[in-house]
Design a protein around this ligand. Structure first.
Ligand SMILES: [Zn+2]
Length: 715
């Protein structure tokens, strides 16, 4: 059940700067702000339904001036709040802040959407130019002493003010964010912090640009079709198309962001597999312009220095303070509890695979690049299913409408209507209006599923508009993925892994569109990382739920339901390879923690030696089971807000299995169960302490028992 390539756009920064991204180089606000005027499509709120971004009118050159003007506008709004002569109140401070930054939010959210999913040199250069400005803008808010004094004044009197629970939560969350960002530091320390923030933002952007180039350059090319033996006709056609798109002859197999590559499932020539794997493993360590190692070492050092300045032992301690786990020690202890069962299961899987190799007189030791190829053979022998047989039952549009949407309809009573009149940023993008159970419009949902060379790797969800009752906004949400695009006229037949990714990202989308909060800061997917992957992973369970599965798993030509025997085998195979899947994630999560437990002033480590040592220390140094991401291409932790947070994928697996256990105990898929979950979890955003919110719904704290059971790890 592999859905960990995903990321969700986290509002780990305050909504004031909700659209702020880890961007980059120091320049002052350019004169382009002066050019901003009524002709710019961001000048006024979008006139389209749901305030959808007017992509038919937006040109690449419109973003930067709109964002710069948006930052200037919000800075002025913040100055007015900070310098208000009236005594600080909840209304004139917190509500005023929540209402600020309208222009910035609409320009930045559209910009983030296109620059991650459909970038080009103009957008990349705007992104580089905006990065330091965005960091400086955030600092100008978080480090504004007068503003913080007003926040602290209301915070100190919060008990006496008789605020409603959501308002009180807003006061507490905002206060903590300001303190977390350095609001209580001396002027000298704040000046130092600003320098560190700016350099960190620049380095993150540098990492991201290098990695994109490294990943494109790491593609495997072949002139000779025989090197690609084992690939099916659709994969070969896609490889030929990829070559054509790049203006070369022959075949190109583009790299995905993970260590293992989907084509390694099928390639039967061992030398090709090894080359593809090594291209992936070494993509950002070739000593060329795309080598990221110096960048990540410097970034880890900077983060440690910043943590020290803010009064923490290391970056991880600083990052986890406001998470559900609360300390790195708690996260590490959780991982240590899982590691023995995971690696024991992986060793058993390795033995089965070696036996398959030996039975064919392979004459070699299992290596990482052999795992998926022989794993499939073991699975086929044991469960008699392979993807070539199952894919015809997973046509992408059918999966979306009769699977993903259908499950949400059964649980929450929502309906979907395609809107061809809403402009999109790329012709493959589809838009649906989501209609609530009471017949009222709820949200717009965009999906952009096919891989492109100008798209970031993986899959993610974010919002063009975040819903809030204060601003009267409904949600405009999108899902992006990198599923293989079929040749023209061919159906998009996807793997069950890809099906799961669609359910996963749509779980985030539900969390975003059901948000029923007054204040944007507390809306939707704003909670902690170790909570935010819970609704998405929980939603994956419905992909295999019988009433849902039978509804969408139908042959794309005949409409026949997947034969029961095949479906049974596929379901029985669910926990197959779980040892590998869990171990590769544990290994990546341990690497993430190791980098972010470094104390300030530690000598810069050699990345490769450091990586080896971290894996060995946590008993996860298994050469056939490499980490899901290597440090040098671990974009989650260097440029996506998951630093010291990758463990959250496993923590939230504990939550999602524990939650599914509740559904299982209460009759499974039903409107009553769905509505209760929506009301008590999905609609609540960050309006309550997350552990308390979970326990109120579940009736008890989460445990790893259901996770061990559902993943076949229980003894
Ligand atoms: Zn996710």
């Amino acid at each position: 059940m592999d859905s960990l390539q995903g990321k969700v756009a986290l509002a780990h920064v305050h909504t004031l700067v909700a659209a702020a991204m880890a961007l980059t180089t120091l320049t002052t606000v350019s004169s382009s702000a002066a050019e901003f005027g009524p002709l710019n499509p961001f000048f006024a709120p979008s006139p389209l339904p749901f305030h959808a971004p007017p992509f038919d009118r937006i040109k690449d050159a419109d973003y930067q001036p709109a964002i710069e003007a948006g930052m200037a506008q919000q800075a002025a709004e913040m100055r007015r709040i900070a310098e208000n002569s009236a005594a600080p109140t909840f209304e004139n401070t917190f509500v005023a802040m929540e209402k600020s930054g309208g222009l910035l939010a609409r320009a930045m959210s559209a910009f983030r959407g296109v620059s991650e999913a459909n970038t080009n040199p103009a957008l990349q250069s705007a992104k580089a130019a905006l990065a330091p400005q965005t960091a400086a803008h955030e600092d100008s808010i978080y480090l504004n002493k007068k503003l913080f004094e007003r926040i602290a004044s209301v915070y100190d009197r919060r008990a006496a003010l008789r605020l409603d629970p959501e308002a009180r939560r807003l006061v507490e969350v905002t206060y903590r964010e300001f303190v977390h960002a350095g609001a209580r530091l001396s002027d000298a320390d704040q000046a130092q912090l600003k320098i560190l923030n700016a350099e960190a933002a620049t380095l993150s952007n540098e990492f991201s640009a290098k990695l994109l180039a490294a990943t494109v350059a790491g593609a495997y090319s072949a002139q000779d079709r025989s090197a690609l033996d084992g690939l099916g006709e659709p994969q070969l056609a896609a490889a030929a198309l990829a070559a054509k798109t790049r203006g070369t002859a022959g075949y190109v197999l583009p790299l995905q962001n993970t260590t293992q590559q989907p084509v390694l499932d099928s390639l039967s020539v061992r030398a090709t597999r090894q080359t593809v794997f090594e291209n992936s493993w070494r993509r950002a360590e070739l000593g060329d312009a795309n080598d990221t190692r110096a960048v990540i070492v410097r970034l880890a050092q900077l983060r440690a220095q910043r943590a020290k300045l803010l009064g923490f032992e290391n970056h991880a301690a600083w990052k986890l303070e406001d998470q559900m786990a609360k300390t790195p020690q708690a996260a590490l202890a959780f991982m240590e509890a899982l590691t023995p069962a995971a690696t024991a299961k992986a060793s058993g899987e390795a033995a089965d695979i070696q036996a398959a190799i030996d039975a064919q007189n392979g004459g070699f030791q299992l290596a990482a690049w052999d795992w998926n190829f022989y794993r499939n053979q073991v699975r086929n022998t044991r469960y008699g299913v392979n993807e070539a047989e199952t894919k015809p039952y997973f046509e992408i549009n059918n999966v979306l409408e009769n699977g993903v949407f259908y499950a949400a309809g059964r649980l929450y009573g929502i309906r979907f209507q395609e809107r061809k009149d809403i402009p999109v940023y790329q012709p493959d993008v589809r838009v649906f209006e989501v209609i609530d159970a009471d017949g009222k419009p709820l949200a717009l949902f965009y999906c952009d599923y096919f891989k492109r060379d100008n798209k970031d790797g993986g899959a993610w969800m974010s919002a063009f508009v975040r819903p809030s009752r204060l601003l009267g906004d409904l949600a405009v949400i999108y899902n992006v993925a990198n599923l293989p695009k079929p040749a023209a006229g061919e159906p998009a037949l996807i793997s069950f892994t890809d099906v799961t990714t669609m359910f996963h990202e749509f779980g985030h989308a539900l969390h975003g569109m059901f948000a029923n909060t007054r204040y944007p800061t507390l809306s939707g997917t704003t909670p902690a990382r170790d909570f935010v992957e819970f609704p998405s992973q929980f939603n994956e369970h419905w992909a295999i739920y019988p009433a849902v599965f039978e509804h969408y798993a139908r042959h794309y030509q005949t409409g026949a339901v997947m034969p029961a025997a095949m479906a049974e085998k596929m379901k029985a195979a669910k926990n197959f390879n779980e040892g590998y899947d869990l171990t590769e994630v544990l290994a990546a999560a341990e690497l993430d923690m190791a980098w972010h437990l470094l104390p300030a002033g530690a000598p810069p480590p050699d990345p490769d030696a450091f990586e080896k040592q971290a894996l060995s220390k946590s008993h996860l140094d298994i050469s056939a089971v490499p980490p899901r991401y290597r440090s040098s291409y671990f974009s989650h932790i260097w440029d996506s807000g998951y630093s010291a947070g990758y463990y959250a994928y496993l923590w939230t697996q504990m939550l999602d299995d524990d939650a599914y256990q509740w559904f299982d105990d209460h009759g499974g898929l039903s409107r009553a169960n769905g509505d209760r979950f929506r009301r008590m979890i999905l609609a609540r955003g960050n309006t309550e302490d997350l552990a308390a919110m979970y326990e109120a719904w579940r009736g008890k704290p989460p445990t790893i028992d259901a996770m061990m059971k559902y993943r076949g790890l229980a003894p």
